[in-house]
Design a protein around this ligand. Sequence first.
Ligand SMILES: [Zn+2]
Length: 325
Amino acid sequence: MSDASAAEIKEIEGTIQKALDVKDSTSKDARDLYQKAIELADKYFKIDRPKEELSEPTFDPKERQSGLTIPVDAKGEAKAKTTLGPSAFVWDNKPSAVWLAATKLHEYQHASNGVRLRELTEAEREQLKKAGWKPADIDKVKAPQFIIGDVNEEEVICYDAMLKAKDKLGLSSGMIDWIKEKKKEFFKKMPDDKQKKYKAQVPWLGFNIADGAFHEAVGMFAVPAGTDVTLSDGSPMVLGRVTTIADLVAKYFEGNSALFLDWNRKLVLEVDALRIVLLGPHESRQANAARCAARIALVSPHLTTDGALDEIAMNGIPEPWEHSR
Ligand SMILES: [Zn+2]
């Protein structure tokens, strides 16, 4: 389930509960308990702190995000410093060792994405001058920054790191869904060319869209009434009656199956999951899409959306905003 044993998880959660029981979260007693839970998380979940991290992340009762990692200049070395807020310690209003470990892993990924020191810009130098700095001192100052330099892409990578570690952490399905949503949110905020670059790294998606097999491959599947479908403007719709994917594409996406795929990844994932159930994981994704689809259709003409195949989909199929390494 996770790299930490049940007893270890209990110990961390007991420590968090004790911290929560302290009336004043800013008191030394509370801080010490939170800090102890932070330290135990790496130890029990076997998480390595990256070399870019300045030190063990610290608890800040006033931090509103669950975690915050900033680039810092540590005596001329580019490093990152992580602070954890109260929400890193609870999931569903209950102490959660898994969530604490997951949050740390996310923040560590921010650090491992890389930090560098750059020269100050003219405007920054001016600011320091105005603040009374001497030119010789200004010359010594460098600005630390994350190497990627795109907040949305950084978040996509960090949420992805959490998903990749789902077994190690023992993430619950609720947590996985939440992380996927966050990842999707940031993925969609990345510039188009970057989104394309990431999508191109997902082979099966490229095959589905590029080879024109969409209608033969998934169009024939029926989506049951009551299924949540996302329309091309992002608004949700509950299907009133059973409809084939091909009809949905024609009716709501002007025949643009790529757009349908973008907005309704879950449905298409399950089609692919079915293919794996029937044909095994080793069948080449490029091989004979129509044949595969026909065999699926014979066995199961209805696309299941009840989530029963989620686990297979999770293990075997990347999502469009997910990238392979
Ligand atoms: Zn983040």
